[in-house]
Design a protein around this ligand. Structure first.
Ligand SMILES: Cc1cc2nc3c(=O)[nH]c(=O)nc-3n(C[C@H](O)[C@H](O)[C@H](O)COP(=O)(O)OP(=O)(O)OC[C@H]3O[C@@H](n4cnc5c(N)ncnc54)[C@H](O)[C@@H]3O)c2cc1C
Length: 368
């Protein structure tokens, strides 16, 4: 029989789950976090946790990322200053075509920036071909440590959740129960039917190298290179779409990152200290998903719904998701978890840019 009760149980203790736990607790909730591998045992533990705004023309996703960047930088500075390293991040165009758009994009930057020529950038230790953009407020944070600090003093259990049931309006997970469930389970999403959200994983690798190279600023091109912090430089990239299931980390992938970085920085004294790897998750339209979960089975009972007829949406009561954070989990999660907590506790409306409802009608039409 279930023994302990909570306001909310969160499945997943990556940056999404840990941030949700933090903000729900701040709003007075009693929260339990469950993770099968421990805190930050998924993609969050592998992340280089580079923080930079999105570059491009104005779009809902760019505006969202900029809002999140501005919120999260202040949040980390205020609450976890020792885990946030405001080194600045230089964003380098990935090719000539991208470079030709640098000045077109600049009018859409919301964060403090400066355009630098390759000559100016070479004085900072990087060899790049194109004019690039330095964002002063960007940097990196200590991924695992941030997840631990966000969950500090919040109940946590190592548990692989295989099923969730309902009893008397309360969710039951093993021997605990709660009014609400928040699914923050990253690329794994088989506890409920959420195919309409279309979460998929993208595999990535990170290598931490010891080096005496003087590098005070971080840089992002097709891979990310951190500033040198206490003799350690982090290299990371997440681009492997073909990897479907997590696998053991491969040192050769870290060496590949070093070889790629050697076109940009002097890696001659680099010694591999540790290899990390993991999956990040993206939704069908690559934007985050935050809010209520649709009761798909119930919706499919509506007549002619597969022919495009629309009906009011029915949700699974007190079931929420925070996912699809892509390559920017450490920028997006605190901002979105704050919104989700306000929604769960105070009924505040969920931002349309992240509401998963947007994905349902397109998906349902394709089910015929
Ligand atoms: C190599 C690499 C580099 C990256 N670099 C950056 C970067 O520089 N900047 C940045 O912002 N982002 C970066 N990312 C992306 C970032 O890591 C993700 O956006 C972030 O991890 C998403 O967090 P999450 O909490 O949604 O998922 P995860 O961290 O994957 O957490 C999900 C958790 O749920 C748990 N779980 C799943 N199913 C169950 C279950 N049934 N029962 C119990 N527990 C369960 C898993 O064990 C896991 O710990 C990188 C990712 C990788 C892999």
């Amino acid at each position: 029989m279930p023994t302990k009760s909570y306001d909310t149980i969160i499945i997943g203790a990556g940056i999404a789950g840990a941030s949700a736990a933090y903000f729900l607790t701040k709003l007075g909730q009693k929260v339990l976090v469950l993770d099968k591998g421990g805190i930050a045992s998924g993609g969050s533990g592998a992340a280089g946790a580079f923080l930079s705004p999105k570059i491009g023309v104005g779009s809902p996703l760019k505006d969202l990322t900029d809002d999140a960047f501005s919120f999260t930088i202040k949040f980390y500075e205020k609450n976890f200053n020792e885990l946030y390293h405001k080194t600045g991040v230089i964003r380098v165009p990935k090719d000539g075509d991208d470079a030709s758009k640098t000045s077109k994009y600049s009018k859409f930057h919301n964060a403090k920036y400066k355009e630098l020529s390759p000559e100016q950038i070479s004085l900072l230790g990087f060899d790049v071909k194109y004019n690039s953009t330095l964002f002063f407020d960007g940097g990196t944070c200590d991924a695992k440590e941030i997840c631990f600090e966000l969950s500090r003093n919040i109940d946590f259990k190592c548990k692989n959740v295989k099923s969730i049931t309902k009893d008397d309006e309360l969710w039951v997970v093993g021997d605990v129960r709660a009014k609400n469930i928040v699914l923050a389970s990253g690329f794994e999403n088989d506890l409920f039917d959420m195919k309409y959200i279309g979460i998929k994983g993208t595999w990535g690798n990170r290598g931490d190298f010891s080096s005496q190279l003087k590098l005070d600023i971080s840089l992002h091109e097709s891979l990310s290179i951190s500033a040198n912090m206490d003799g350690v430089i982090k290299l990371g990239a997440t681009h492997e779409l073909e990897v479907k299931e997590p696998k053991l980390c491969d040192e050769n992938k870290a060496i590949d990152l070093k070889n790629r970085a050697s076109g940009i920085i002097d890696t001659s004294d680099f010694e591999l200290l540790k290899t990390y790897c993991g999956m990040r998750s993206g939704s069908r339209d690559f934007a985050p998903v935050v809010g209520k979960v649709i009761d798909v089975a119930n919706m499919l009972n509506y007549p002619n719904i597969l022919n495009g007829r629309k009906y009011p949406i029915k949700y699974i009561d007190n079931l929420f998701i925070l996912n699809g954070l892509g390559a920017r989990g450490f920028v997006l999660a605190p901002y979105l978890a704050n919104e989700l907590a306000a929604n769960i506790v105070n009924g505040a409306e969920i931002d349309n840019r992240v509401n998963p409802d947007r994905l349902f009608w397109n998906w349902v039409r394709k089910q015929k």
